[in-house]
Write a protein that binds this ligand. Structure first.
Ligand code: GAL
Length: 653
């Protein structure tokens, strides 16, 4: 049995029974409550290293044996964790080298979590030992359906060993110092390296101005983390061939690359629901965007491995989810490809850092709370939704959101330095397409473009020659590609393309872009017979072969093109030269969606309503505090605030 064979969607969450070892009645109560909540799956053991190994090499599995058995008898499957996300105190004390050095070169004290050096042979040895022991004991247990390797891998260590590994990684990448010096443009400020040993990570008081180095350091740390993960998997694999995953964050590592090594992608989803700076549907769009990204990484269903049933305890304002929203957010996850809804956490801890974080079971302890009732109700509904499980729908539109591109954009000096707005920009394009009722994949720039009718690339600043060739091939072969300002300024090591931007793609877009202005005040351009506002950025673009569809009306660039299209081979390359208001994106994409004959799951949607297809179901959701409506296959659908409907093509459509 493994997680893919489960009949139902996963429903449950992080379960920390080790915190309640001295309260045996709580474990039994948990079983009763899990049944009531329709829980069929928990993540177990994530932070239980100290409860299993109190002394080096001496394992006490007695409590785990008991709880695993209890869960199994009560029909609850287990995603069993390796505990490397947090160490026992004895380990840090005995082997201080397992602790990270921060960017000032100072060793961290023991504490918190995610605080280990991924290069440390001792840490790797101790982690492998406990992973192996866990796998040997439980790797074939019928209740265990997958491995939750570590927890939210993140952060970096700046110790001499990591620096040495970094240099090794660089040698492999560049071969010679000359190559590296060229790639990093190190003659600037006389930073040329004459010996590999001179290269240091970007220390706080050290070399942080060389962007090629910064980028490579982030890549290296990402690769090192993947290597650490692979070492954990190798240990687990000695006794078990269950699927492995690890809960991804949304940035910090190259998760697109990382996803190749997991059997299924999972992630933790903590939106700032009901905030006072955006509409609920905008908050929901960010979650939707990330779901689409994580699903698209492997082009198969993923899993939302954490979300809160109520509030978090670490956001600026720890707002409760209002009645009804938890179900809507859970259904949203399923609509976008998640194989379940998993919560952090099952039961509120009694003490320490997360005691006031939302949980299914409150300190009060019974099923008689609003949150529990809502969780149980959703659990009941999801247990009926069997036809969704395993289904996957490839979108016809892809938005490129590339994490490494984001690192390069954010590190570059220029434009609006404090807020370059890469993610926000990608989201604006995504939202415009979502409002049109399209299914959307969110892909990284090196993913395949095969099968997409439209590919959208906001602010795709970093374009290597290989990347440019793929874009050229896609458009030449009949694809429609919409790019914006900042396209192809630099190559993969952050060296500017010479000869005019977009480097390597001027003929494809039929333009060249001479300069970019960052704006204090908004400006205006006209297209499709009306005026639109420009915020933040506008480029001075010259047309070579492209057709001009829109023109600047203000600033010294008045009269220059703001929107162009070029026919290249069998396809079309659109270029939006400025950051345009959302109204423009709506109009632009409604034209493209109809030109490209992109399927719309719904039309006439009120604000906050959108629809997504997954397999044979269309999920229509109302992320607003007002009644909502949509038209699907000629039928008018009405939705209450926070309402949703799941229409199955066989019957309802
Ligand atoms: C996650 C973490 C969980 C828990 C949760 C609280 O980032 O993986 O262990 O701390 O946040 O929101």
């Amino acid at each position: 049995m493994n997680i893919f064979d489960m009949k139902n969607l996963c429903y449950g969450g992080d379960y920390n029974p080790e915190q309640w070892i001295n309260y045996p009645e709580i474990w039994d109560e948990d079983m009763r409550l899990m049944k009531l909540a329709h829980v069929n799956c928990v993540s177990l053991g994530i932070f239980s290293w100290a409860s299993v190994e109190r002394e080096e090499g001496v394992y006490d599995f007695s409590w785990l044996d008991k709880i695993i058995d209890k869960l199994w008898k009560n029909g609850v499957y287990i995603i069993l964790a390796t505990p490397s996300g947090a160490r026992p105190a004895w380990l840090s004390q005995k082997y201080p080298e397992v602790l990270r050095l921060n960017s000032r070169g100072l060793r961290n004290y023991h504490g918190r979590r995610h605080n280990h050096c991924a290069s440390s042979p001792k840490y790797r040895e101790r982690v492998a030992a406990i992973d192996r022991a866990l796998s040997e004991r439980y790797g074939k247990h019928p209740a265990v359906v997958a491995w939750h390797i570590s927890n939210e891998y993140s952060g970096r260590c700046f110790c001499p060993l990591c620096a040495e590994n970094f240099r090794g990684w660089l040698k492999e990448r560049y071969g010679t110092l000359d190559e590296l010096n060229n790639a990093w443009w190190s003659a600037f400020w006389s930073h040329t390296y004459t010996d590999w040993t001179q290269i240091e990570p970007p220390m706080f008081d050290g070399e942080t101005s060389m962007q090629g180095l910064n980028l490579d350091w982030k890549r290296f740390c990402s690769d090192l983390t993947i290597d650490f993960f692979n070492a954990e998997v190798a240990a687990v694999r000695e006794f078990s061939d269950l699927p492995v995953t690890t809960n991804f964050l949304t940035d910090g590592l190259n998760f697109g690359k990382f996803s190749k090594y997991v059997d299924f992608v999972s992630w933790d989803n903590y939106p700032r629901w009901h905030n006072d700076y955006e509409n609920l549907c905008e908050t929901a769009a960010l979650s939707a965007f990330y779901h689409d990204m994580f699903r698209s990484f492997k082009a198969k269903p993923h899993l939302m491995l954490e979300s809160t049933p109520s509030n978090t305890n670490w956001q600026e304002v720890c707002k409760l989810k209002e009645p009804g929203l938890n179900a809507l957010a859970g259904v949203q996850a399923i609509a976008h490809g998640s194989e379940g809804v998993m919560y952090f956490q099952w039961r509120k801890s009694r003490g320490s850092y997360e005691k006031f974080h939302g949980a299914v079971v409150d300190h009060e302890g019974s099923e008689n709370t609003r949150v529990f009732r809502e969780v149980a109700e959703l659990g009941g509904e999801l247990s009926e939704l069997r036809n969704v499980k395993g289904s996957y729908t490839k979108a016809e539109v892809a938005v490129i959101y590339d994490l490494e591109n984001g690192w390069a954009v954010n590190d570059m000096k220029g434009l609006k330095n404090e807020h370059k707005g890469y993610l926000k920009d990608c989201l604006s394009h995504y939202r415009a397409l979502q409002k049109l009722g399209a299914n959307i994949d969110v892909i990284d720039a090196d993913a395949s473009f095969d099968g997409y009718k439209l590919v959208v690339a906001p602010m795709l600043y970093m374009v290597s020659s290989a990347r440019a060739a793929r874009i050229r091939e896609y458009i030449g072969g009949g694809g429609v590609f919409a790019a914006t300002y900042l396209l192809s300024y630099v190559n993969e090591t952050d060296l500017c393309h010479l000869g005019g931007f977009p480097g390597g793609l001027k003929d494809v877009f039929g333009i060249w872009n001479e300069e970019i202005d960052a704006l204090y005040k908004t400006q205006t351009f006209s297209a499709f017979g009306r005026d639109y506002e420009i915020r933040d950025y506008m480029e001075a673009v010259h047309v070579q072969d492209a057709e001009v569809l829109g023109e600047y009306k203000t600033s010294f660039m008045a009269g220059m093109p703001a929107l162009t299209v070029n026919r290249f081979g069998a396809g079309k390359a659109y270029y939006i030269a400025a950051r345009a208001e959302d109204e423009f994106l709506s109009e632009f994409y409604s034209r493209l969606v109809s030109d490209c004959k992109i399927t719309r799951n719904a039309v006439n949607m009120s604000d906050g309503v959108y629809a997504v297809r997954r397999g044979e179901n269309i999920f229509v959701m109302n992320f607003s505090e007002k009644d909502g409506f949509a038209r699907i296959s000629g039928e008018d659908i009405k939705l209450p605030p926070y309402g949703y409907k799941i229409l199955t093509s066989a019957s309802d459509i």
